[in-house]
Design a protein around this ligand. Structure first.
Ligand code: ZN
Length: 241
């Protein structure tokens, strides 16, 4: 079995389409595991939900998904995210809202727990340090946990009561210690590399392969500007942070 792991698409249709083309070219991927934040920030929330629904997939809720349908208070968002969220709310059709409302907070697939933020706080916590990762290893039972939310690809490895962090390698061999894995963001990377990020899990190889995919950033920026989305959100796509 091969699954594509996509996080934080953030209504960036151009990036999402480029990633789907790449997945098709690699063949043998049966399912997409989506780690939440399909919408928010980007200019195409409804088309991104529709495109995801056309794929065999499972998906969990991100904070932006639930904020867009009023299940979370946007008072907790920074001003740019809140403005983009209010705009997103106006774009969603009834079916989009029903889809986002029904997303679960967490699911399990084989050896993997799948959440958006962290297994301890699935909507809000950023796992970006060994300190938060070590605590979170106590909050899931499977061997591995897939997370998004920070938009930064990373791997955290449990070593006894300690924890080691590292960058996501091109190929991550599984089978050793327990891991918390972030594949990075499709639609708004924040690790200094503006290309879309995603991973493919190959059960037979027992490994994850990490990919960075160029896409038409300027097209997404043009569409955001046309929709009047905050310029700060437009500019950051080119910088990858
Ligand atoms: Zn996000």
């Amino acid at each position: 079995m091969r699954c594509a792991i996509l996080a934080d698409i953030h209504a960036n249709l151009s990036a999402f389409e480029a990633v789907l083309r790449d997945i098709e070219g690699r063949q043998g991927v049966q399912e997409i595991w989506c780690l939440g934040d399909i919408v928010g920030y980007g200019p195409d929330p409804s088309p991104c939900i529709a495109l995801l629904q056309q794929q065999p997939h499972t998906c969990i809720a991100g904070n932006h998904d639930w904020a867009a349908v009023g299940k979370l208070d946007i008072a907790d968002f920074n001003p740019y995210a809140a403005e983009a969220c209010r705009w997103t709310q106006e774009q969603l059709g009834r079916e989009d809202v029903e889809y986002l409302e029904r997303l679960p907070l967490m699911l399990t697939r084989g050896d993997f727990t799948v959440v958006h933020g962290s297994p301890r706080d699935s909507l809000w916590e950023y796992v970006v340090s060994t300190w938060s990762a070590s605590d979170n290893f106590h909050h899931f039972d499977t061997r591995y946990c897939l997370i998004g939310h920070s938009h930064v690809p990373a791997v955290f490895e449990e070593i006894g009561e300690a924890c080691k962090s590292g960058e996501m390698p091109a190929t991550l061999k599984l089978g050793g210690n327990r891991l918390i894995i972030n594949p990075g963001s499709v639609g708004q990377p924040r690790d200094g590399d503006p290309r879309a990020a995603y991973a493919i899990y190959d059960q037979g190889e027992n490994a994850l392969t990490h990919y960075r995919i160029p896409y038409d950033i300027e097209e997404t920026q043009r569409r955001m500007t046309r929709e009047g989305l905050p310029d700060y959100l437009v500019q950051r796509l080119a910088n990858g942070w």
